[in-house]
Design a binder for this molecule. Structure first.
Ligand code: UT7
Length: 338
């Protein structure tokens, strides 16, 4: 016997209703990181555009930072937290693997009726979460979804590694996604390439480290390593193609854009992408990496908030988001800014 199954009522459109951020208290300038890696303020500025970054203190945990960003997004969106149907938290630096940070954050912000899970898609994590949130709302599985990108990259890196120590940083950003009258989140263009996984990767698994530690107590904990040059080339060449495909999928021309908000990996990558896309000067280009460093999954919402709060972009503007990083994974979508 086969019963007829009732399905949830779909919604026509979804959009970001509000965003929030958390920037850690401690500001660290280039001179402070340069010493350990035989670098200089000038080298770091020239090669990456970074002038300073923020590092989380002990009390600024993944859950604390995510909760602060999420609470701000909920307040700004004006939704009742008890009505949030799902919490998606993107991170690669939560070193407490289970339970998912998402469920603790959901409880703390009052999303007591929400399903909750963590997403691992590195620097593309927020854009993956946003794509899923849009589909969950449109599919009818939840009326509102909370998406968070949060990282403590300083726990994952080796502070003596010249290729990563000056680059990565900490923070959190969040968005509430809900039903809307007009389309606010365009089709996602995403992908991954496991053949290039070693380009940005933890150097050992925790299991290998544990075995090694038993033999040699001075064995250091696993750290994130990056082969910067090929990643740089991939980001400037391949991500320009992904950006064009994302605009095409949404039926939006560069002339219609108010803002371009790529993952804040390196300001040279952002400028190369902007040039390749031939963005008109009217498009505000996110440069939060200068102040914030590379915060992986948190970088896109942090950069979005920075453009909105500085007035360079406005609520209602059309923006192109583009996340990319370890995997190598990527996700882009055209959105309407909340
Ligand atoms: O977020 C995930 C995605 N990540 C990215 O998209 C990051 C992509 N990669 C990058 O942004 C860049 O590759 C970096 C900013 C990480 C590095 O810049 P680069 O221009 O690719 O530097 P490089 O590794 O090619 O090194 C150039 C030179 C070398 O010296 P020689 O051989 O030219 O004499 C390095 O030894 O700079 C030297 N160098 C440094 N010097 C001072 C490398 N690292 C440093 C350093 N400080 N930290």
């Amino acid at each position: 016997m086969r019963a007829s199954i009732r399905t949830s009522a779909p919604a026509r459109h979804a959009a970001m209703l509000g965003i929030g951020v958390y920037r850690p208290r401690l500001v660290v300038d280039n001179d402070e990181v340069a010493g350990l890696i035989d670098s200089s303020d000038e080298w770091i500025r020239t090669r990456s555009g970074i002038e300073r970054r923020r590092w989380a203190g002990e009390d600024e945990t993944i859950v604390e930072m995510a909760t602060a960003a999420a609470a701000m997004a909920i307040e700004r969106s004006g939704v009742d937290p008890a009505g949030i149907g799902c919490v998606l938290l993107a991170t690669i630096s939560n070193l407490k693997q289970t339970p998912a940070a998402a469920s603790e954050v959901a409880t703390r912000v009052g999303a007591v009726n929400a399903g909750a899970m963590d997403i691992s898609a590195a620097c593309a994590g927020f854009c993956y979460g946003l794509a899923l949130a849009g589909d969950i709302v449109r599919g009818g599985s939840a009326e509102t979804v909370l998406v968070i990108g949060v990282e403590r990259m300083t726990d994952l890196i080796d502070h003596r590694d010249r290729g990563t120590a000056f680059l990565f940083a900490d923070g959190a950003g969040a968005a509430v996604v809900g039903r809307s009258e007009e389309p606010g989140i365009g089709p996602v263009v995403w992908g991954s390439d496991g053949t290039q996984g070693e380009l940005i990767s933890q150097d050992h698994s925790w299991l290998d480290w544990r075995d090694q530690l038993a033999k040699d107590p001075s064995t250091e904990a696993p750290a994130l390593r990056m082969n910067g040059q090929p990643v740089f080339r991939w980001a400037t060449v391949e991500m320009a193609k992904v950006a064009r495909r994302t605009l095409e999928a949404a039926g939006v021309d560069v002339a219609d854009l108010g803002a371009f908000i790529p993952h804040q990996a390196n300001d040279r990558i952002t400028q190369a992408l902007a040039k390749s896309l031939r963005l008109p000067p009217t498009v505000a280009v996110a440069r939060d990496v200068v102040e914030q460093g590379n915060t992986s999954a948190a970088s896109v919402p942090l950069a979005m908030e920075a453009l909105l709060s500085s007035g360079e972009a406005r609520s209602g503007d059309t923006a192109l988001l583009l996340g990319f990083g370890a995997g190598l994974s990527f996700a882009g979508q055209v959105v309407v800014l909340p």
